[in-house]
Design a protein around this ligand. Structure first.
Ligand SMILES: Nc1ncnc2c1ncn2[C@@H]1O[C@H](COP(=O)(O)OP(=O)(O)O)[C@@H](O)[C@H]1O
Ligand SMILES: [Mg+2]
Length: 189
């Protein structure tokens, strides 16, 4: 269970005080599949970074299973990240042990789509890397890796959100909407 109370993040940038997250409160029960969406710059990465113990907020609290992580030392935060937090980064972080095709297919599979492999093949074609699908990231040029990462990011955002239990939409650092999704039970693998 994650309980976020009155979370705010402000930074001084270019001599100006910038509000990045403004009074966010959110409860996430155990096992809930929550998608946080919103336009670029709305605060998604900042919020996830705070929940993941990568940064400390200006004010407010984040309790994970009853423990306020905003009060932890850097060492304690490192331990928390190691033991409790899993991050999958969307851009430029291809999984080195998976081929280009598998890297693209994984998020589609996670969204419960049985056509994941075929769709990954279509995406490879769309980015002009059809013949490189069986190559591992290290066998691709930087530009090719980037195209694979872009293909993967394009696919999984809406696909994953559609399968979430709940969708929280951010706008300008605030929660603009918070909707439980109605979907057939057992739809997720
Ligand atoms: N270190 C920083 N210094 C100044 N502004 C920042 C910093 N980090 C993020 N921002 C600003 O905060 C806002 C939210 O950023 P971010 O959390 O990355 O949004 P999102 O992930 O939704 O695109 C943006 O306007 C961004 O420019
Ligand atoms: Mg972001």
């Amino acid at each position: 269970m994650i309980a976020i109370r009155n979370l705010s993040m402000r930074l001084v940038s270019g001599g100006r005080d910038v509000s990045i997250l403004d009074d966010i409160s959110l409860d996430v029960p155990a096992k809930q599949f929550l998608a946080i969406i919103g336009p670029s710059g709305s605060g998604k990465s900042t919020l996830l970074g705070l929940i993941g113990g990568m940064d400390t907020p200006t004010s407010g609290t984040i309790s994970i299973d009853g423990r306020d992580i905003t009060k932890l030392s850097d060492d304690e935060l490192s331990r928390l990240r190691l033991q409790r937090i899993g991050f999958v980064f969307q851009s430029f972080h291809l999984i080195p042990t998976l081929t280009a095709r598998e890297n693209i297919a994984v998020p589609i599979e996670l969204a419960g789509d049985p056509e994941a492999d075929a769709k990954a093949g279509e995406l490879l074609r769309a980015i002009g890397l059809e013949s490189r699908g069986h190559h591992y990231p290290v066998q691709l040029s930087g530009g090719e890796q980037q195209r694979v990462a872009v293909a993967r990011a394009f696919t999984h955002d809406p696909a994953l959100a559609a399968h979430a239990d709940r969708i929280v939409r951010l706008r300008d650092g605030r929660i603009a909407s918070d909707d439980l999704q109605h979907r057939a039970s057992g739809a997720r693998p």
